[in-house]
Design a protein around this ligand. Structure first.
Ligand SMILES: Cc1cc2nc3c(=O)[nH]c(=O)nc-3n(C[C@H](O)[C@H](O)[C@H](O)COP(=O)(O)OP(=O)(O)OC[C@H]3O[C@@H](n4cnc5c(N)ncnc54)[C@H](O)[C@@H]3O)c2cc1C
Ligand SMILES: *[C@@H]1O[C@H](CO)[C@@H](O)[C@H](O)[C@H]1NC(C)=O
Ligand SMILES: *[C@@H]1O[C@H](CO)[C@@H](O)[C@H](O)[C@H]1NC(C)=O
Ligand SMILES: *[C@@H]1O[C@H](CO)[C@@H](O)[C@H](O)[C@H]1NC(C)=O
Length: 341
């Protein structure tokens, strides 16, 4: 039987992880990744890559939890293997702090991360303006290393990468059996999804190797995430702001906020600045769709809208998208068998 041809549009975290998952689970498929930007030039490269869920108001909590759980245990296995350094994955402990205790002291993901507990008074002494906190251990991906590792796995599996901008999914009709749309914010024009909008995020990456714990203000406004090669300081959440250029006033503000939480950062050096646009939607869209035009069919699986939490759920959504690809391929095989009779 000839290989089923699958095109994955998107060379960021979601495109790469979906392509890897399809090749692992559906060996009958030959996968081509098509994108106009690859690492290190995607939104995914800018991310701090920490695994802390981001809320998707219109995705059921049970599903958000399952995707997070699947992603966490998949990455934890890599983290506990000899691959960890190449994949850029490590464990990270730290504190999420709030000025006052929230209504729900235990978030839905408290039993997914490791060793979740409420901070003690003695621990809170470090943060005089904050009176409640949660301590836990989670995972962090070094975004660029992880993307490079996924890319090398895809190349090792013999898959193709194509540097190309798609303006209409129908360009691919006849060349592929299934199209997987992991185009992030690109889906806004590509599939005409006006529910998708950018949330601009600016971050600093600094050298401060003495900072070994993460510190995150509960609403996600300010954060300090130590990583393998640098410490990421953030951040901003600017809705509908498309500016990709760095704003130096914002950088100073981020640095000031982070130094208030962790005064030792005043001695940080080697500061670099980055901007990314989070592809945001009230729900992540993982869905199949049969596009019709002039009597022709084009089977599409969508996987986009991961917003500010793509790293936290990407393996769960990659698995979900892979199941949908499988469902579309089974009837294709049926019709092929019939055509041969
Ligand atoms: C500052 C910042 C910090 C973040 N920190 C974290 C964090 O700590 N933890 C976390 O979980 N998440 C974090 N995120 C969120 C995370 O980065 C995103 O959820 C994730 O990167 C989205 O991945 P993606 O593959 O969907 O999009 P992208 O990385 O944007 O990839 C989209 C791909 O599609 C391609 N494409 C689009 N349109 C077309 C087209 N028409 N033709 C061809 N190719 C096309 C692009 O070239 C690109 O390759 C952060 C985001 C930002 C901005
Ligand atoms: C990333 O962007 C830079 C600058 O535009 C470009 O020179 C480089 O080739 C790009 N890298 C990839 C892998 O596309
Ligand atoms: C991806 O899906 C979105 C939403 O349906 C659509 O607007 C966009 O055109 C699609 N991308 C491609 C490359 O087809
Ligand atoms: C659909 O078919 C009509 C009539 O044959 C043709 O004029 C038109 O260009 C076709 N549209 C597309 C998108 O192929």
């Amino acid at each position: 039987m000839p290989a089923r041809r699958v095109a994955v549009i998107g060379g960021g975290l979601v495109g790469f992880s979906t392509a890897v998952c399809i090749s692992k689970c559906l060996p009958q498929c030959s996968v081509t990744v098509i994108a106009d930007k690859f690492t290190p030039n995607t939104t995914s490269d800018v991310a701090a890559g920490i695994l802390i869920p981001h809320p998707y108001p219109d995705t059921p909590i049970g599903l958000q939890k399952r995707w997070f759980q699947e992603t966490f245990s998949y990455l934890l296995t890599i983290c506990n293997s000899a691959e960890a350094a190449d994949a850029g994955i490590h464990l990270l402990s730290g504190w999420q702090i709030c000025q006052t205790a929230p209504e729900e002291k235990f978030p839905f993901w408290a039993d997914v991360v490791l060793g979740f507990r409420i901070m003690t008074e003695a621990e809170l002494e470090k943060f005089p303006e904050h009176h409640f906190g949660q301590a836990f251990t989670t995972l962090k991906c070094d975004s660029q290393r992880y993307l490079r590792w996924l890319e090398s796995r895809l190349r090792g599996l013999g898959h193709q990468m194509e540097d190309r901008k798609i303006t209409d999914l129908w360009e691919l009709h006849g060349h592929y059996d299934v199209i997987v749309n992991c185009s992030g914010l690109g889906a806004r024009t590509l599939v005409g999804d006006s529910e998708l909008y950018p949330v601009r995020g600016q971050v600093l990456k600094v050298q401060a190797p003495w900072v070994t714990h993460f510190i995150r203000v509960g609403d996600g406004s300010t954060y300090i995430y130590p990583g393998m090669c640098s410490v990421t300081l953030g951040g901003t959440r600017q809705k509908d702001d498309w500016r990709l250029s760095v704003d130096s006033t914002t950088s100073q503000d981020i640095l000031n906020r982070c130094c208030t939480l962790e005064p030792s950062l005043k001695k940080a050096y080697g500061i670099t600045e980055y901007v990314g646009l989070r592809p945001t939607r009230s729900a992540i869209r993982v869905e199949k769709e049969m596009l019709l035009r002039n009597g022709s069919q084009l089977p599409v699986v969508h996987n986009y809208g991961h917003g500010g939490g793509g790293f936290s759920v990407h393996w769960g959504t990659a698995q979900e998208a892979t199941h949908l690809v499988e469902e579309l391929i089974v009837p294709l095989q049926g019709s092929l068998a019939k055509a041969k009779l």
